[in-house]
Design a protein around this ligand. Structure first.
Ligand SMILES: [Zn+2]
Length: 344
């Protein structure tokens, strides 16, 4: 049976007289793709024009740059908040170095921050299996716990800004975990489209997606246990996007220790690829579907972030992302897949 998933691409070329070639006529290609689930589009152009910029991590350790950090062990106890006793007994939850506290600037009723390490500056290499497992485990435990409360919002998320190019306000590694009724337009578009796909085709889009991608082979990076790692057909990040799909998991309650290990194992491979590619910063988000459905699978997205240069620190989003709500990528997903595959 042929798959109902369609991968649509629109390619085009622009003609101009190129000053780099004595004003001879030159063609430059671009293309737009349509996300097979949501119908949202994304552009691909400027191929190779944006290179990830090296970050000087030692600079972030210098006292005049570091300033005051509320997440460093000497300040943490005094200046970070505690949960009410009924939410977390003792106010904060710990697992080795990882510490879960409430977000001082909450996104919703139950809004936590996980400080991932004692160290202020942790390189990608320092994001070890233990640190990653502990941080995600605290976030998942917290979200499972709040899901049982009567006033629990329906959509749980774990999000992560790593290093300043990602928009992270604090260098000290931390993740956000929160449940909300307003998980963002990307999440809601995916959720509604997953339901429509299920109603129309009587199958789960996410299972069909990984099956089709595995069959096509160009964007399927690998499989770790029940998790499938893909280069997204439409990249939300300028330097491409990798997605990890757990097709058989639907709500936070399905997510167990073994899935956590699969997620961490994949992330360690991606970080090895990032290190080799001079990528120092990223955004990540783990989407859990609401309870009581079987059409919206748990998935994780990760995109590299970079300054465009370290002369004037131009950020990587521009009018496209900010005002047109249109992602632009300078990396083709198929090329990204080839590069990352070596690490899986
Ligand atoms: Zn710190």
């Amino acid at each position: 049976m042929s798959s109902p998933i369609r991968f649509e691409t629109f390619e085009g070329e622009a003609l101009f007289l190129d000053p780099r070639k004595d004003f001879q006529q030159t063609k430059e290609s671009f293309h737009a793709r349509v996300d097979p689930l949501t119908g949202r589009t994304g552009h691909f152009s400027h191929f190779g024009a944006i290179k990830p910029q090296r970050l000087d991590l030692d600079c972030y350790r210098r006292p005049e740059v570091k300033g005051f950090c509320p997440f460093c062990p000497e300040a943490r106890e005094k200046v970070t908040p505690k949960f009410p006793e009924q939410v977390i007994a003792g106010g904060r939850a710990r697992r080795n170095e990882a510490l879960l506290i409430p977000n001082l600037f909450p996104y919703d009723v139950y809004s936590g921050v996980t400080i991932m390490a004692d160290e202020h500056v942790v390189s990608l290499e320092g994001l070890s299996e233990t640190r990653l497992t502990d941080a995600f485990a605290l976030g998942v435990e917290f979200l499972k716990r709040v899901a049982a409360f009567d006033d629990a919002p329906p959509y749980p998320l774990i999000t992560w800004n790593y290093m300043p190019p990602s928009g992270g306000g604090l260098v000290h590694p931390h993740q956000q975990c929160f449940a909300t009724a307003y998980p963002g337009n990307q999440y809601m578009d995916e959720l509604r489209a997953s339901q429509r796909f299920y109603d129309a085709h009587h199958m789960n889009y996410w299972s069909a997606l990984v099956e089709e991608e595995e069959c096509i082979g160009k964007r399927h990076i690998g499989r770790l246990g029940g998790s499938h790692w893909l280069a997204s057909f439409v990249s939300l990040g300028v330097l491409g996007e990798i997605m990890c799909v757990f097709p058989d998991l639907f709500s936070i309650h399905d997510f167990e220790e073994t899935h956590l290990h699969e997620l961490v194992s994949g992330l360690l491979r991606i970080f090895a690829f990032y290190r080799a590619s001079d990528i120092y910063s990223f955004n990540g988000a783990l989407f859990f579907g609401p309870s009581g459905q079987n059409c919206f699978s748990t998935h994780f997205r990760i995109i590299p972030r970079t300054f465009l240069n370290t002369r004037d620190f131009a950020p990587d989003p521009n009018f496209f992302q900010m005002l047109l709500s249109e992602p632009v990528s300078v990396v083709m997903p198929e090329d990204l897949c080839c590069g990352v595959k070596n690490y899986f």
